[in-house]
Design a protein around this ligand. Structure first.
Ligand code: SAM
Length: 307
């Protein structure tokens, strides 16, 4: 197995950065560049059938355009000017499902290189406050450039271990939303080395899961938190359903798992009762990288959620 053949099946997804432009203007731009717009896709099969200079609007996400897998826009003016973000569809799910109301205070706990932060800012319409943390200096530098290019304002970027961020600090007293996308094995990334070589050892999985449980539990301890999205690009149940299950049990009835995005076709593995409320994504089923998302809400305090 040379280059992973599954990478060839995943389309080029283009998220329109609504802080700088709108879907109609981007569609017009690509039409002027010689692409044919086929309208909104009705099925994943339509995405799979894309070829040549044709593109569609995604069937699930409103600001996502879909091009054939081989399309490269890294030199395109819309990309270099921050009008579009080249982001896999599955990686657009966390911010979309967190869906913070404009004006909210939001934490992006493990944020770099920042694609999900810029998506959160677009959903917030740059109104509110994003506190973004990461430990990796190099990734934070890339993130800073990316957020500037995307026109993101109202964010505080800190090089800090999220586990050392004090939930009782008055600065975070209005944080009602948290996006938690922690380090994981990356076993869902299709353009990595062949999967059998990349398979993490049992010890590594255990260490990752231990960190993920710790960081998820820490996130739930922010006093005003209402809604949290936990995501990984891992295929391993140990980093996904098992983490969510263990932390929900630890917190008793304080938080519940939300039945996220009911129309999404691929659900959590049956690791515990209710795990089907979680979302999974894969090249075969959703034409995306492998991904996992869980949405948690404080019990008894509903917020509006995408259907
Ligand atoms: N959310 C990012 C995005 O969409 O661009 C990707 C995040 S990546 C999966 C995980 C990140 O967590 C890495 O950048 C890593 O440096 C960071 N990280 C790992 N441990 C951390 C910690 N204790 N506190 C904050 N960030 C951490």
């Amino acid at each position: 197995q040379a280059a992973c053949p599954r990478a060839c099946q995943v389309p080029r997804y283009v998220r329109v950065n609504t802080l700088k432009t709108c879907v109609d203007d981007v569609i017009d731009f690509f039409k002027r560049q010689g692409y044919s717009y086929l309208g909104k896709a009705a099925s994943v099969e339509e995405l799979r059938a894309l070829s040549g200079k044709k593109f569609l609007l995604d069937l699930h996400l409103p600001e996502l355009l879909v091009f054939p897998p081989e399309t490269d826009f890294h030199d395109n003016l819309l990309y270099t000017s921050g009008h579009i973000i080249l982001q896999d569809k599955a990686s657009c799910l966390p911010a979309f499902l967190l869906s913070p109301a404009a004006g909210s205070h939001v934490i992006d706990a493990c944020a770099a290189p920042g694609n999900k932060t810029s998506h959160l800012a677009a959903i917030l319409k740059n109104k509110g406050q994003i506190f973004a943390f990461d430990v990796d200096t190099k990734r934070l530098a890339t993130m800073n450039t990316m957020l500037m290019r995307a026109g993101v304002t109202g964010f505080q970027l800190a090089q800090q271990d999220f586990l050392t961020v004090d939930p009782r600090d008055p600065k975070y007293s209005k944080v009602t939303y948290i996006l938690l996308d922690p380090s994981c094995s990356g076993s869902g990334m299709v353009n990595r080395v062949p999967r059998e070589e990349a398979a993490p050892s049992a010890e590594r999985l255990q260490a990752l899961a231990g960190f993920q449980r710790k960081v998820l539990s820490h996130a739930l301890s922010f006093p005003a938190l209402q809604r949290l999205v936990y995501s990984t690009c891992s295929l391993h149940r140990e980093e996904n359903e098992d983490v969510v299950h263990a932390v929900l049990q630890e917190w008793g009835s304080a938080f519940r798992l939300v039945n996220a995005f009911p129309s999404w076709p691929c659900r959590g593995l049956a690791a515990f009762s209710g795990a089907e409320s979680c979302l999974r994504a894969s090249p075969a089923d959703t034409l995306t990288h492998g991904f996992f998302v869980a949405v948690l809400e404080r019990h008894g305090k509903g917020t509006a959620a995408p259907s």
